[in-house]
Ligand binder design. Structure first.
Ligand SMILES: [Zn+2]
Length: 114
């Protein structure tokens, strides 16, 4: 079964290269989808733990930051992969979706799928 938790952080970035946009802020919305078998109480995961770990290993590093100083190209695609690498040691991830704007997103399914 797949279960999802949406979390978010706020950060700035700009685009250069293929796109050219000056620095601007976003609320980055991240959907963490986990895969597992529900336990005897019917839960795959404790969502509170997902949020807690996200705050510790992702938001603590990205919240309020200028993503240009962390990523060569701070795109939703690259951030999705980065979030996966941070969260994967803690949870059985199925996918990480990152939305820079409500209408566009990047979904990473891990290194085996790309
Ligand atoms: Zn942007």
């Amino acid at each position: 079964m797949h279960v999802s938790r949406e979390v978010s952080f706020r950060a700035l970035h700009s685009h250069r290269g293929m796109l050219c946009e000056p620095k601007h802020p976003h609320e980055w919305r991240v959907t963490l989808t986990l895969e597992g078998v529900p336990n005897s109480e019917g839960f795959v995961v404790d969502f509170r733990a997902v949020k807690r770990i996200f705050l510790r290993v992702v938001a603590a590093e990205l919240e309020g930051r200028d993503l240009d100083s962390i990523f060569e190209y701070p795109t939703s695609e690259n951030i999705a992969r980065w979030v996966w690498e941070r969260m994967e040691p803690f949870f059985p991830l199925h996918s990480v979706e990152v939305r820079e704007k409500p209408h566009s997103s990047a979904v990473y399914f891990g290194p085996c799928v790309g």
